[in-house]
Design a protein around this ligand. Structure first.
Ligand SMILES: [Zn+2]
Length: 557
């Protein structure tokens, strides 16, 4: 407490000096000198956005209309300028919505047949913009983890032609033991315990498409996937994609997941043992295994194209030379809509982050002077459909990415009270992490690296769309060291959320929400964006980071 009090005095003096020195040479204000966040307003926005009336905020529904209108109204009231150069507060995002008709997956070997029930056993879809997509007696090939990673000298395909075949794959990175301590994973291969992009389901389907496969089925396992099969089962309704010129015909006809139980019996039907194959798949010597089993499935689709919307407001920078450069804050407004299970309210995911974005914008307008560079507040659509709104922005930006210093993303906020720490997913990736560390330190708090890097969280929200293109991106998450709570409490609330509320209708505002920790976190995000927007130099990726090459190439142009 003492340290904090001293800091407050110092930063108060620094703040006073800043306020008196004129806008052109505004020194960074200490974090306590920054405007406070109105957490009652955050809670109020969250309640509105997660209400029954908003219907779970699915793209293309009345929930989208209500949400977009609400956010535009808030941005106007706050005094933000239209974020789009066409004078509006929205960026249209063309999407195709594909709703599959339930269908079984039929496996055959000789005279034997095994039928997997839709949703109970198999969740599948097509990205093809077509009325029907089918597998007709397509041969199954087990390809281990389905990874081709030259930098790790790893190739699960070993040159096998899998055109027209249906791939059966495991989820996550190949778990390669550390040669010096086989009880651990090798930190030099696929990031050790951390999940790389090779472990993500999206990667596996992308690689299947590159290989010309007809189908791609992932065997679900709760721990390596980082979520239970019930989360996969929520993908049986309408799914969206960006509309590509080839109508996504370059993708495998059918992509999907099967349960672990069905995966095991599929391999048994092929005369193989799941555990034995899984063990082989964790080695470089693994070779794909044709299973002698065929797959048949026919998915009929209902198609519609919609223009969904990113909502975007701008706080113009105060420096005439620098105001055409941008710091972006993102938070996805969309969630899963309404299904047979009920309304997916998505209070934590991500009504609360969207609410935080709105109040961050308001706090920025209360600074003594706006930052030198402009700040963009971007609430993106279709995150739940595969980061589509942010991908659309990052590929079709309103302002050049070469003039975009950073993306700071909020997906969920801490609703459980104050923490002594703040988690940064992928800690050490860029200078943004140092800014965050310094701002948190001024609150007497510390940065914690991701406690569960095996979940691959860095690839699972909208900052990744920016990182993929090369823009330094920050992915903060709630801390786990809670003030006034016993050790282990933080992990307990995270596990409880994953098991009982994540992507379920029960993700609601409850009476026990405590936003005092989120208030401190938001203030850190405010400080980081403000300081980056005033800094003499652009933040950069750290040497060796996987996104650095893309940024360097972009800035050389
Ligand atoms: Zn989310």
């Amino acid at each position: 407490m003492q340290n904090r009090a001293i800091l407050a005095v110092l930063t108060g003096a620094a703040f006073f000096a800043a306020a008196c020195s004129g806008a052109t040479s505004k020194p960074a204000a200490g974090i306590d000198g920054l405007p406070d966040l109105d957490m009652n307003a955050v809670l109020a926005h969250t309640r509105v956005l997660s209400s029954d009336e908003f219907g779970g905020r699915a793209p293309g529904t009345r929930g989208e209309e209500l949400t977009v209108a609400y956010l535009v109204d808030q941005f106007k009231k706050i005094g933000l300028k239209p974020g789009n150069t066409d004078g509006t507060y929205v960026q249209r995002v063309p999407l195709v919505g594909i709703t599959p008709t339930p269908a079984p997956l039929v496996l055959r070997k000789g005279g034997r047949q095994q039928t997997l029930k839709w949703k109970d056993d198999v969740v599948a879809w097509t990205k093809h913009v077509a009325d029907v997509a089918s597998l007709e007696q397509s041969e199954l090939v087990f390809v281990g983890y389905g990874v081709v990673a030259p930098e790790y000298n790893w190739d699960d395909y070993k040159g096998l032609d899998v055109k027209g075949k249906t791939l059966v794959m495991l989820i996550n990175d190949p778990p390669v033991p550390d040669p010096s301590d086989p009880s651990k994973l090798d930190p030099k291969t696929f990031g050790g315990k951390a999940m790389t992009y090779y472990g993500r389901w999206t990667y596996k389907y992308e690689m299947a498409a590159q290989k010309g496969a007809a189908g791609a089925l992932i065997i679900h396992e709760t721990e390596p996937a980082a979520y239970p099969f019930s989360v996969v089962q929520n993908k049986t309704g309408e799914q969206f994609d960006l509309v590509t010129p080839d109508k996504n015909m370059g993708r495998a006809s059918i992509e999907g997941w099967i349960t672990l139980e069905q995966g095991k019996s599929l391999l048994k039907l092929a005369g193989r043992d799941f555990e034995a194959l899984k063990k082989q798949a964790a080695t470089r010597e693994f070779r794909p295994v044709p299973l002698g089993v065929t797959a048949s499935m026919s998915i009929h689709n209902t198609l519609r194209t919609i223009d969904s919307q990113n909502v975007v407001g701008k706080l113009e920078g105060s420096d005439p030379m620098l105001k055409d450069e941008y710091v972006i804050y993102t938070a996805h407004w969309d969630h899963l809509g309404t299904g047979p299970e009920g309304i997916f309210h998505g209070a934590e995911d991500n009504a609360v982050g969207t609410a935080g974005l709105v109040e961050l914008a308001r706090a920025f307008t209360k600074l003594p002077a706006p930052p030198k560079r402009s700040i963009l507040f971007l609430s993106v659509t279709a995150e739940e459909q595969g980061l589509l709104g942010s991908e659309y922005y990052a590929v079709t930006p309103i302002y050049p990415l070469a003039k975009t210093l950073a993306d700071i993303n909020m997906d969920g906020l801490n609703v459980h009270g104050r923490t002594r720490d703040l988690t940064l997913i992928g800690y050490g990736a860029s200078d943004l992490d140092d800014y965050t560390r310094d701002a948190a330190r001024e609150q007497g708090r510390v940065i914690r690296p991701d406690a569960e890097p095996e979940k691959g969280s860095f690839y699972r929200s909208d900052h990744f769309s920016f990182a993929k293109q090369g823009v330094p991106a920050l992915d903060p998450d709630l801390g786990i060291d809670f003030v006034g709570q016993p050790a282990g409490y933080g992990q307990k609330v995270i596990d409880d959320y994953t098991a009982h509320r994540y992507h379920q209708p029960s993700d609601l505002v409850t009476a026990d929400w405590d936003l005092s920790g989120a208030r401190e976190d938001l203030k850190v995000f405010l400080a980081v964006g403000d300081r980056v927007a005033d800094a003499a130099t652009f933040p950069v990726w750290k040497p060796g980071n996987e996104f650095k090459a893309a940024r360097d190439a972009m800035l050389r142009k």
